[in-house]
Design a protein around this ligand. Structure first.
Ligand code: F6R
Length: 608
């Protein structure tokens, strides 16, 4: 969802900005643009569509200048046209601004500005920012932005340049991510580390209601109240190669194949096999309260929500804690009333999901303690929670989440195990869990080695327009996640259902035209799943089973079987997810879909 990249330094800005925009492509967008400053001149170039369309337009155009701002827009206010693409400018074409987020009071601001004679060129909320900043400009761009910040309601990560102050970019943030990069040949700002990781790994995070003036020489940060802020740069762990395909046709496939390493990264330095207790340094600030906690709420959206649903069942198995899982977008509108010492876990790969942020803010207001499980270091959720655990999964570029889902399951298991071991869980159970966790990476490799087999299944079924995914207990959220993956990237309609619910309605859909994927490992729900699979088969529904290796009974019932290795019941979700991901991937590939950038979707959903 909308991306920002800015550069000011000694090099030509155009190639750096285009490279940054390409790195942000995965976030989802429908138009792109940039503005480059050369002394007192600013060149504006925009295009509807993909970055490649913008590149085609400007490839042969000389765009001199070492200061520039660039943007990918995901339409919210106004269609994805060139006129609505960012940067936007004021009447006199002196101020150029790019913006992520939503200006909520833009209607009233627009009306006021229109009365004073301002003519609009676009349908966007962002354009008001350009006019307001121009109106406040009195020699200092920082002050003009500061005054504008006090007038606008809503969320923003923004960057501005002004014709009269060459070599300066002012950025500001409220509720939308904005990171400053400190480089050798200049400085950067971006909505996402990926945009600048090729040039620098030294970053400064802006907090909400802060702004910064960035020049080739340095960065000065201040608050909306004009208080200077001193903040040391941090080093990010992500490597430029993390954002390369390395021979894979899609990032999604690369990330699926990275999963053995993702699990290792989630566990690295965190396992103590002899004691059967994981070590999670990030939660130590709240440990005394956490170990006494008896009520937890996991809040999340989409794929992360399904990881939370698996997490609840794992907590139920390993701990004495009551865990609820809530969709973040619904949670904050409920009447929240928490027992003392309630912990809220915000589960989010990006750490920037607007619904999840809003949910935890509301929960914090009601007295709960916040924990974060996030992948992006320094993200808003990481900073707004009292303590937390990082996934350390590296960047996930494919819009449909794969490896971070697996990482979330791993981390939730570690947390449940840690808490369980301080409650009723025995040493033997702890040691057994750690042994089984340690075996997961190789077991995932074993499933990945069946890629050709899964591709052949996809080839047989990708033309079917409706699919059903069934599972029970640990398998139910995996059925939902499997269905979500398939619909997201292949646009095939798929539903994830609790298998026991099938006869209460969906069974009416079963016919030879509707494949069912059954998550059926040898767990406590096995016999019941067999019953459900037989119900599908007796109605001549094509049946694809994900089953434990060597399961002859399932081979007799199902048309296709994908085998997963044996593990502990509560770790089957990790293994059962992988065939679902590959099935979705190959169906989407046979359908020639834009797998890494599926239509209408954004990687990081920063609007509610
Ligand atoms: C789907 C997917 C989304 C995200 C959801 C929440 O593949 O990735 O459903 O899980 O938008 O995002 P995060 O985890 O960043 O809070």
């Amino acid at each position: 969802m909308c991306g920002i990249v800015c550069y000011v330094g000694t090099q030509d800005a155009k190639p750096i900005l285009l490279e940054g925009l390409r790195r942000l492509e995965y976030r989802g967008y429908d138009s792109a643009g940039l503005a480059v400053q050369d002394g007192g001149e600013i060149g504006l170039h925009r295009s509807a569509g993909r970055i490649i369309d913008l590149e085609k337009k400007i490839n042969d155009v000389a765009i001199p200048g070492c200061t520039g701002i660039a943007h990918t827009r995901w339409a919210t206010h106004g269609e994805p046209t060139e006129e609505n693409a960012h940067p936007h400018r004021d009447q006199e074409e002196k101020v150029f601004v790019i913006h992520n987020g939503i200006i909520e009071n833009y209607h009233s601001l627009k009306k006021k500005l229109a009365k004073s004679g301002v003519k609009y060129r676009s349908d966007t909320d962002t354009e008001v920012l350009a006019h307001l900043i121009a109106g406040h400009f009195d020699g200092s761009l920082t002050e003009a932005v500061r005054k504008t910040m006090s007038q606008v309601e809503g969320t923003f990560g923004l960057a501005v340049i002004h014709k009269d102050v060459p070599g300066e970019i002012v950025v500001a943030r409220r509720g939308s991510p904005l990171i400053i990069g400190v480089g050798e040949d200049g400085n950067f700002a971006a909505s996402d580390v990926a945009a600048m990781v090729r040039y620098t790994n030294k970053v400064l995070h802006l907090n909400d209601n802060e702004l910064a003036s960035i020049t080739a020489e340095g960065v000065s940060i201040s608050t909306a109240q004009a208080k200077e802020v001193q903040r040391p740069a941090e080093t990010v762990e992500w490597l430029p190669e993390d954002a390369e395909l390395n021979g894979f046709p899609h990032f999604m496939l690369k990330e699926i194949f990275e999963q053995p390493e993702t699990i290792n990264n989630a566990m690295r330095g965190r396992l103590e096999p002899g004691e059967g207790v994981p070590k999670l340094g990030g939660i130590m600030p709240v440990w005394n309260d956490l170990k006494k906690c008896r009520h937890m709420v996991i809040v999340a959206c989409g794929t992360s929500y399904y990881a939370g649903c698996v997490g609840r069942t794992i907590f139920e198995k390993l701990t004495e804690i009551d865990v609820e899982v809530e969709l973040a977008s619904e949670f904050r509108y409920q009447k929240l009333n928490f027992p003392p010492n309630t912990f809220i876990i915000a589960l989010s790969q990006s750490g920037e999901t607007a619904d999840t942020l809003a949910a935890i803010r509301e929960a914090s207001r009601k007295g709960a303690t916040l924990l974060g499980i996030v992948n992006v270091v320094g993200s808003s959720i990481a900073r707004e929670t009292a303590a937390g655990i990082y996934n350390h999964a590296g960047p996930e570029i494919g819009v449909a989440s794969t490896k971070i889902f697996i990482s979330q399951l791993t981390i939730l298991t570690l947390l449940a195990l840690l808490l369980g071991r301080h409650q009723n869980l025995s040493l033997t159970e702890g040691v057994e869990a750690i042994k089984a966790l340690g075996a997961l990476p190789d077991q995932v490799r074993q499933i990945l080695s069946q890629d050709n087999h899964i591709q052949a299944i996809a080839e047989k079924y990708f033309k079917y327009n409706n699919w059903l995914f069934l599972g029970r207990k640990y398998g139910y959220p995996i059925a939902m996640e499997g269905a979500l993956k398939l619909k997201e990237i292949s646009y095939i309609h798929a539903e994830g259902y609790a298998a026991g619910e099938m006869k209460h309605g969906p069974i009416a859909l079963i016919n030879p035209e509707m494949p069912t994927v059954a998550i059926a490992p040898r767990d406590a729900m096995y016999e019941k799943m067999i019953g459900n699979m037989q119900e599908v088969k007796s109605r001549r529904g094509p049946l694809i089973a994900i089953a434990t290796e060597g399961d002859e009974k399932i081979r007799e019932i199902a048309d296709e079987v994908i085998e997963i290795p044996h593990t502990l019941e509560y770790l089957y979700p990790v293994l059962a997810t992988v065939p679902c991901q590959l099935l979705a991937y190959h169906c989407a590939r046979f359908l020639n879909r834009d797998i890494d950038k599926p239509r209408n979707l954004a990687k990081s959903v920063t609007v509610e």
